[in-house]
Design a protein around this ligand. Structure first.
Ligand SMILES: [Zn+2]
Ligand SMILES: [Zn+2]
Ligand SMILES: [Zn+2]
Length: 447
C-alpha cells in the first residue's frame, strides 16, 4: 500500500478482499509465476474450439517454440531450403554456422537482421507477465517473413512454368497470430493467478483486409468453367461435375461436400442438410435431378445399402425407391467418393478397390487442372469458394441482399455485421430462381 492511501480507502480495500475471499498473499505470491508456454498449454489450448485450435495451430507453434533454423534471408540459396508449403530445412549458412549472404537479401525478409544465424524469438519460455509488446511485434514480423518466403518460392516455380504470380504480404498470417495472442491474453486476464491485466495483443499492428478481388464469375465464364471440366483431362469427370454442380446449386462451402453423409439427403422433401461453419447445420433445397445424382454417386461408389429386400440392382435404384423404402440406406456413409481409375466396377469383374471418400485435396487438384485450362481463372487465382460468391452475386442482383444472405446461410451479424431477417423461405425462393424449378407453391405466386 502506498502512503497516499487513506485509512478509509484501506478499510474499504480490506473489506473488498474479504468479500472476494482474497488474502494479501494471493496478490503477490502467484503473480508472474507462469510462463507463456505453460499457460497456453494448460489453460488456453484446452479451452479453444476445435476449429480455432486447428486454424491457429501453426501460429501457436511459432509463439511457443519460435521458428528454429528458419533464416530471414531471401537469396536463392536460402530460399532453396524452403518448400512451397511453408516447410523448411536449415539453410546452408545455418548448417555451417556462418553467414555470408548479402545484406539486401537479408533486409528483403523484413525482420531487420544482419545474418542468417539470428532466428525468431521463443516466447513459450518467457514469463507471461513480462512479455512485451515489442516481443509480440517481433514474432509477428517473423511470421510475416515466413509467409513472404513461401510466396517467393511459389512464384519462382510459377514463373518457370509461365504462370501468373501471387501477390501476398503475409497479412492474414499476422492476423491469425494476433487473434491467437488476443485469445491468450483474454484468458490470462480472467485468471487472477497470472497477474495479467491487459490484452497486449490488441496493441499490435493491425492489417486491414486487402481489397477483395472481384471473384464472382459472369455466366460466360461459368460456362467455360463447366466445359473445362470435360476438356482438362480429369480422371473422374462424374465426380468433378457433381462437385461443381453441388457448389453452384447450393452455394455451399467446400467443406460441406466432404462432410455430407447419406443421412443428410432428405429425399422426400428434396432438401440436403449442410454442416456449415461453427457446427451450424442448415437445410437447403435441391432439385430432384441433383438429389438423384447425389444418390447415384453414393450408391454406385459407396457401401451405403443397409437393406434391399427386393434385391434391386444398384444401378436401377431410383429416388422413388428410397422414398418408398424399397431400399434402406445407411445414414452414416459419405455421399461423395473419389474412385481412382482402377476402380472400374463393383461387380467382381475388376478387383474391387474401395473408393475413397472425398477429401479437400480433390478440390485442389480439380482447380489446378481448371486453371491450366483457363488462363483467366489462373490470373485471378480462382478458388472453389468463388462459385459460392458467383451464386451469391446472382441471387443478390435479382432477389436482394437479404435473400442472398439467407441462401448462403451467413449467420446474422457475421461478415458485414448487418442483421437481416431472412430465413428458409428466402433460401428456397433463391434456389427456385437459380434452378428454374419452383420449390413450393407459395413461391409460384410471386414469380
Ligand atoms: Zn541467404
Ligand atoms: Zn539463410
Ligand atoms: Zn546467410
Amino acid at each position: 500500500m502506498s502512503d497516499a492511501v487513506t485509512p478509509e480507502v484501506g478499510a474499504a480495500f480490506r473489506l473488498m478482499m474479504r468479500q472476494q475471499g482474497l488474502r494479501p498473499e494471493d496478490l503477490i505470491d502467484e503473480r508472474g509465476s507462469t510462463s507463456l508456454g505453460e499457460f497456453a498449454r494448460a489453460s488456453v489450448l484446452p479451452a479453444l474450439t476445435a476449429g480455432k485450435r486447428q486454424a491457429w495451430a501453426p501460429y501457436v507453434t511459432v509463439v511457443l517454440k519460435g521458428l528454429a533454423d528458419l533464416c530471414a534471408c531471401t537469396c536463392a540459396r536460402c530460399l532453396s531450403a524452403m518448400n512451397g508449403l511453408g516447410l523448411y530445412g536449415a539453410c546452408a549458412c545455418v548448417r555451417a554456422g556462418a553467414c555470408d549472404c548479402r545484406i539486401q537479401d537479408l533486409a528483403a525478409g523484413g525482420v531487420g537482421v544482419a545474418t542468417c544465424l539470428e532466428t525468431c524469438p521463443v516466447l513459450g519460455t518467457r514469463e507471461l507477465c513480462d512479455v512485451t509488446l515489442a516481443e509480440l511485434e517481433r514474432v509477428s514480423r517473423w511470421v510475416q517473413m515466413r509467409a513472404t518466403k513461401r510466396t517467393l518460392v511459389r512464384n519462382a516455380r510459377r514463373a518457370r512454368a509461365g504462370r501468373p504470380q501471387f501477390a501476398y504480404d503475409g497479412r492474414s498470417a499476422v492476423e491469425h497470430l494476433r487473434a491467437f495472442l488476443s485469445a491468450l491474453y483474454n484468458f490470462a486476464m480472467e485468471d487472477r493467478t497470472t497477474g495479467v491485466t491487459r490484452n497486449l495483443a490488441l496493441k499490435m499492428t493491425r492489417y486491414p483486409r486487402p481489397e477483395v478481388q472481384k471473384r464472382s464469375y459472369e455466366a460466360d465464364r461459368l460456362e467455360q468453367l463447366w466445359s473445362a471440366l470435360y476438356s482438362s483431362g480429369s480422371n473422374d469427370v462424374v465426380l468433378d461435375e457433381l462437385i461443381v454442380w453441388f457448389l453452384l446449386e447450393t452455394g455451399a462451402r467446400r467443406g460441406v461436400l466432404v462432410q455430407i453423409g447419406v443421412g443428410d439427403l432428405l429425399c422426400s422433401s428434396l432438401r440436403v442438410r449442410l454442416h456449415e461453419k461453427k457446427n451450424k447445420v442448415d437445410e437447403q433445397p435441391v432439385t430432384e435431378a441433383l438429389m438423384a445424382a447425389l444418390l447415384s454417386m453414393a450408391l454406385s461408389r459407396g457401401d451405403v445399402l443397409a437393406a434391399n429386400p427386393e434385391g434391386l440392382a444398384l444401378e436401377e435404384i431410383t429416388l422413388e425407391d428410397v422414398r418408398r423404402r424399397r431400399v434402406t440406406l445407411r445414414p452414416d456413409r459419405p455421399v461423395f467418393y473419389y474412385a481412382d481409375a482402377r476402380t472400374v466396377s463393383r461387380d467382381g469383374a475388376t478387383p474391387a478397390r474401395e473408393p475413397h471418400p472425398l477429401t479437400v485435396r480433390r478440390f485442389n487438384s480439380l482447380w489446378d487442372r481448371l486453371k491450366r485450362e483457363l488462363p483467366w481463372l489462373d490470373e485471378i487465382h480462382g478458388r472453389p469458394h468463388d462459385l459460392r460468391k458467383s451464386v451469391g452475386t446472382s441471387v443478390e442482383r435479382v432477389l436482394g441482399h437479404a435473400t442472398a444472405r439467407a441462401f448462403l446461410r451467413h449467420s446474422a451479424g457475421s461478415v458485414t455485421g448487418t442483421y437481416v431477417a431472412a430465413g428458409p423461405e428466402e433460401a428456397a425462393r433463391a434456389h427456385a430462381w437459380l434452378t428454374g424449378v419452383e420449390a413450393e407453391e407459395t413461391c409460384a405466386e410471386e414469380w
